[in-house]
Design a protein around this ligand. Sequence first.
Ligand code: AP5
Length: 211
Amino acid sequence: MDIVLLGPPGAGKGTQAQRLADRLGIPQIATGDVLRAAVKQGTPRGLEAKAYMDRGDLVPDEVILAIMKETLASDGAKKGSILDGVVRTLPQAEGLNRVLKELGRKVDAVLFFDVADSELVKRLGGRTVCENCQTPYTGREPGSKCDKCGGTLVRRKDDEPEAIRNRLLVYGKQTAPVLEWYRTHGAQVRTIDAVGTQDEVTARALKAIGK
Ligand code: AP5
């Protein structure tokens, strides 16, 4: 199964992608995580992406399409994937369909995580992430340790108030139309109420895909 997770910044895509990946036995593919790792390693891709990410703007489509090709064709993703924040523009949606078609696959479901803006701002303002495995946390101070890998928790630069505001604007302009595109291109789109406990949201997502 290849499942696309869509939703605004802070909707819980990363949190739920990890849970769905564990439950379904297929990998999470997160372009944000791939790009942050590239920034940390100082690769040419990371150097190109950094300024866009710090401002909360989208990284150019060709960079994302290259990541899609590499990750979806990898051995680990042969049985499918949970695509977390991978599709944010119409060219990316079309590109994903092409890449999957070449692999004899298709988008099996699109899950849209629905959360009000006021809640998103609250979540992002209180988030820390593990600098090693990128697991997000709420209510943990920077410098605390990750439960999963023992890495150090940090605040993301794009979780500063100005970058959050820009990310929400960018989402409305460039990513929200992707949802409509999927609806009119025959994909199974399911809206998930993403407010509630993490367990409740996971249960809703699994039910939406018949699991
Ligand atoms: P990315 O890392 O993907 O950021 P994002 O889409 O803005 O999403 P977030 O990671 O901020 O939020 P999330 O929905 O995953 O929520 P989370 O689970 O962390 O991308 C970063 C940047 O990379 C982009 O701005 C762009 O520059 C670039 N980029 C990446 N992909 C790209 C692409 N395809 N095209 C172009 N550019 C791209 O949860 C948020 C917080 O809420 C956490 O603290 C969490 O603990 C908490 N939380 C989770 N669930 C709940 C709940 N049910 N109730 C209360 N709190 C909750």
